[in-house]
Design a protein around this ligand. Structure first.
Ligand code: SF4
Ligand code: SF4
Length: 327
């Protein structure tokens, strides 16, 4: 998952980290320390946003090396309650609701966080799976834990393959990132085609089976950190926004400069998380957005209050789709 032998110690990864102030020399020195098994301050400072993987010109995956060192060193200290929550997620009873459609929709462990998203006509007749067997485990990386991530990911893959379907649609961006990208780094190839929920919705809306109205809104999009593993889906999202009549405002913290929603930091440094959230929603407001739009339900739950406080409405992307369908 990380390739230290490719590193030429350019320092780009930490120099461009959006959450720490480091000059080039310090960035190089801290990364050298990481490679040598030390505990530089980036272990505490990292908010697990994955941006450095995208920045690294050599494909080292520096974020995964940081996570490995976080796991080995126990830095930062994660409250036991948060670790226990993740440990227990695979034990949540799994549910399979059979539909007449061959496609499966996987909701991971986050399907019930924003109610009503799948009640509309686009998802009718799909077989829906959710619960512990389908928990992808990518969230473990946000807690600085590589080993349970790998175990959980393999468990979810086994259960999804056991469904015996050709296509599986993923609602949780973490799941799609895992099964379309990260899993290859574990030397595994899924026996199904992973389909992102944006890709699926776009296909359905373009089929001509549904009438939509244009929403005429200016919104700021909150990109989930996991989207950095799957940059090829950005044009799908842009096309969907076009189709819905939604203008994605151009702002400082969008696309490759997106900010984390703050949820991974909340348990260990609430004050710093709140500072990042405020920077994010003020950027959205300052660039003309009237609403924040989320793909990840956890981003929505984490940012909706500070967004509302600066006068922004909050929508999950699928709620915009429902509005365009007149629901
Ligand atoms: S994952 Fe994000 S916060 Fe952590 S070092 Fe990389 S760029 Fe910085
Ligand atoms: S991990 Fe990549 S970006 Fe970071 S120092 Fe090494 S080569 Fe440069």
């Amino acid at each position: 998952m990380y390739y230290p032998e490719k590193c030429d110690l350019c320092g780009d990864c930490l120099f461009y980290c959006p959450y720490v102030e480091m000059d080039r020399d310090e960035a190089v020195e801290q990364f050298r320390e990481l490679l040598e098994g030390g505990t530089p301050s980036i272990l505490e400072g990292c908010v697990t946003c994955v941006a450095c993987n995208a920045v690294c010109p050599q494909g080292v995956n520096p974020f995964h090396l940081i996570v490995k060192r976080q796991e080995e060193s126990g830095i930062p200290e994660i409250p036991q309650a948060n670790l226990s929550l993740f440990e227990n997620l695979p034990r949540v009873p799994a549910q399979i609701v059979e539909g007449s459609n061959e496609d499966v929709l996987s909701l991971c462990s986050v399907g019930d966080l924003v109610p009503g998203l799948f009640d509309g006509p686009l998802f009718k007749d799909l077989t829906v799976v959710k619960g512990g067997d389908y928990f992808c485990g990518v969230g473990w990386l946000h807690l600085g834990r590589l080993t349970p991530f790998v175990e959980t990911a393999k468990n979810a893959l086994r259960h999804l393959e056991a469904l015996g379907r050709e296509r599986i649609i993923f609602y949780h961006d973490d799941c799609y990132s895992l099964f379309s990208s990260l899993v290859r780094e574990l030397g595994l190839t899924p026996k199904f085609k992973p389909v992102h929920v944006i890709e699926y919705v776009l296909q359905r809306l373009k089929s001509g089976d549904f009438e939509t109205r244009r929403l005429d809104m200016s919104i700021a999009y909150q990109q989930p950190c996991a989207s950095r593993y799957t940059p090829w889906k950005d044009p799908w999202l842009d096309e969907l926004f076009d189709l819905l009549g939604v203008r994605r405002v151009s702002r400082e913290h969008d696309r490759d400069r997106s900010l984390c929603c703050g949820s991974p930091l909340m348990p260990r440094d609430r004050e710093r998380a709140m500072t990042i959230k405020t920077r994010n929603v003020q950027d959205a407001k300052g660039h003309g957005a009237t609403a924040m739009v989320y793909l990840c339900p956890l981003c929505l739950l984490n940012l909706r209050k500070p967004a509302a406080e600066v006068g922004l409405e909050n929508y999950h992307l699928l709620q915009l789709v429902d509005m365009a369908l007149g629901r």
